[in-house]
Structures are given as C-alpha cells and as structure tokens.
Design a protein around this ligand. Structure first.
Ligand SMILES: [Zn+2]
Length: 105
C-alpha cells in the first residue's frame, strides 16, 4: 500500500515547490498564475528564539525561470509576517523565508 499523500504534498510535487498550500490557480494569456502560502503556522524569532505572534501578510511576486507545461509560470507567495514579543529583543517584525528557490528554476 502506498502512503496516502495530502493535497498539499501532491500540489508541491507537481509544481516543484515543497511545503506550500495553494490559495488560487489561474491561467490567462500571460501564463499560469498560482497563489500560495506556506504550510507553516508557527514561528520563532530568528534572533532570540522566542515564539512569535502572527501579524499579517505580504505578497511576494516570483517568476519562474522554468516554464510550466511550456507556459510562463508566476507565483504569488503570501508570506506571513511575525512579531517578536520579547521586549529585550531588537527584531520586532519579520517575514518568513522559504528554503526553496523558485525563480532560480
Ligand atoms: Zn526576538
């Protein structure tokens, strides 16, 4: 028996971007447009290691160097913002970073 995969795992494998959850997929004359968020729902401050509180979203637009099914491939990544709650820490707000390099193809 094969292990059952989640839709997020299947989506990530198809598009070559791991640990993301699709928000929307749209295809028009400019190519394929996919909007994603990461599956990460918790974060710690990169400086002090304290748990951070979610603050908001920031859209990051990425264009793939590699076409998808022969068409240009655009990714909108809704990054999560976080705020460090440690008063002794200088970090304040920060945005998540991905361990994948989408535009490098
Ligand atoms: Zn901190």
């Amino acid at each position: 028996m094969q292990k059952r995969q989640s839709e997020d795992q299947i989506f990530g494998a198809l598009l070559g971007i791991p640990n993301v959850h699709p928000l929307s997929v749209d295809e028009d004359e400019t190519g394929l447009r996919v909007e994603v968020e990461t599956t990460i729902t918790e974060a710690v401050c990169p400086q002090c290691g304290q748990p951070a509180v979610a603050t908001g979203r920031r859209a990051v637009e990425l264009d793939s160097a590699k076409p998808f099914r022969g068409r240009p491939f655009h990714l909108t990544w809704q990054t999560r913002g976080w705020s460090c709650q440690n008063p002794a820490c200088a970090t304040g707000e920060f945005f998540e970073k991905a361990d994948w390099q989408f535009s490098a193809g």
